[in-house]
Design a protein around this ligand. Structure first.
Ligand SMILES: C[S@@+](CC[C@H](N)C(=O)[O-])C[C@H]1O[C@@H](n2cnc3c(N)ncnc32)[C@H](O)[C@@H]1O
Length: 425
């Protein structure tokens, strides 16, 4: 999720090109080239959210002149040489872990997946089946919960998305149309493409998709786009040549992933793996059986006012203890804990390099930061583990190895290995 949802691209009105691309047999349909080429200087603006008045949403009668039904044609499944939207089913042939429908923006992003080392790999399996289960939650609809104790760093579940679609969609700059009408037209066009993508799924997948939450019912989003905006996780298929281009950004919708609610104290991490084309979720701290899993839909290293503003388009008013009990001090902690953890780490390291124990003031500051981060629910974040390992080292240099080991044991094995190696502990 993060997570953040659909943006849109604005582009200058383009000449329509009717396309009859060379067709090879073998795979999914492809939209023709109309309006699909996105200029590199396209402006990205957020889509409308909340309640948009009917009068603002209504399109002028001439809108059909600027609207074109998506048309598509067959394109070979291995094709990566295209620069317009196309539909594909990934992976092909299906490997037993399911498949995803993917509305791909261009061949470059498709190549990033189908040429990933190991593609098409099987989805990684967690230690047990069904470690995450869906349950109803008061005031939140459904939520995802652990069914057993889970250790930090452990894979909780991985799944192929039902659908992956672009996070941006080009709009036409139609003279005389308000910005809202341009957005509405763009969303209408986007919905038509998404309808085709949905229609390519099996009946059971379509049903599962349409059963997901939608809190974009009054802003002009179509029913499919609304569900995507409510549930999609951003995935970045950028390459080194063009790392920041939003046209490498997609929204991935997983059936289980879509049931994860927001908290500013997230207890999971999300990754996307190209080779297995899967969304993956890991515990970022030890979890007890029955705990609800939370992902943060907003940037968490900022004050409560900024978090609230970022959450508004997601229809979420967060009631986690960090939001309810926010103070200037907790806001400051969120803004500074990353630098603070790194600074204390560097100071301790400087002492150790000279064969000295950690300066007592630095040591005390580390223990305080540890307490503050736990109270603020930030103890699943990476800087917390840097802090734990630095405290562990400080205890060891102070001649208290057992205390040091206790701190080390609180880090995920992967983190321990990496940090211990870099600290030569
Ligand atoms: C990705 S869905 C999460 C699953 C959803 N609760 C369901 O029933 O399917 C996102 C939606 O869940 C609700 N939601 C998520 N986090 C929430 C929270 N912390 N408090 C209240 N509602 C929340 C909001 O309606 C949000 O738009």
């Amino acid at each position: 999720m993060k997570r953040g949802f659909l943006l849109r691209a604005q582009e200058k009105k383009q000449k329509k090109i009717s396309s009859t691309n060379a067709v090879k047999k073998g795979s999914g349909p492809d939209i023709s080239e109309q309006d699909r080429k996105v200029p590199p200087n396209a402006i990205i603006t957020p889509l409308s959210f909340g309640v948009v008045a009917e009068a603002e949403k209504t399109l002028p009668e001439d809108y059909k002149q600027f609207y074109s039904e998506p048309k598509y044609q067959e394109m070979h499944q291995d094709t990566v040489d295209f620069d317009h939207l196309m539909f594909t089913t990934i992976p092909q042939p299906e490997d037993g872990d399911g498949y995803s429908e993917w509305l791909v923006q261009d061949g470059k992003t498709k190549a990033k997946v189908v040429r990933a080392p190991g593609y098409p790999a099987r989805i990684p399996k967690p230690r047990l089946v069904n470690m995450a289960i869906v349950k109803e939650v008061p005031d939140m609809g459904f939520g995802l919960f652990t069914s057993c104790d889970i250790m930090r760093g452990e894979l909780i579940f991985a799944e192929r998305p039902l659908l992956v679609s672009p996070r941006g969609f080009p709009t036409l700059d139609v003279p005389g149309y308000t910005q809202e009408q341009q957005r509405q037209l763009s969303m209408l066009q986007f919905e038509a493409h998404l309808k085709i993508a949905l229609g390519r799924m099996s009946a059971s997948k379509q049903k599962a998709f349409m059963a997901l939450a939608n809190n974009h019912t009054e802003d002009g989003s179509g029913p499919i786009l609304g569900i995507i905006r409510t549930n999609g996780y951003m995935i970045d298929l950028g390459d080194d040549d063009d790392p920041d281009s939003v046209f490498n950004h997609y929204s991935a919708m997983g059936e289980l992933a879509s049931r994860i609610n927001h908290s500013c104290q997230p207890n999971i991490k999300q990754e996307f793996d190209c080779a297995s084309f899967s969304l993956q979720f890991y515990a970022n701290r030890d979890l007890k059986a029955g705990e609800q899993l939370f992902y943060s839909y907003c940037y968490i290293n900022t004050g409560v006012a900024e978090r609230r503003a970022e959450l508004a388009p997601h229809g979420v008013v967060c009631k986690c203890s960090s939001c309810v009990n926010a103070t200037p001090a907790s806001d400051k902690l969120r803004l500074t804990y990353i630098q603070e953890s790194s600074k204390l780490h560097q100071l301790a390291l400087a002492n150790w390099k000279q064969g000295q124990k950690t300066d007592p003031k630095v040591f005390a500051a580390m223990l305080k930061l540890e307490r503050d981060m736990i109270n603020e629910g930030l103890h699943g974040e990476d800087p917390f583990y840097t802090l734990l390992v630095t405290i562990a080292g400080s205890y060891k240099f102070a001649g208290r190895p057992t205390m040091g080991d206790n701190y080390l044991k609180r880090c995920p094995a992967k983190v321990q290995g990496h940090l211990i190696h870099s600290l030569c502990l």
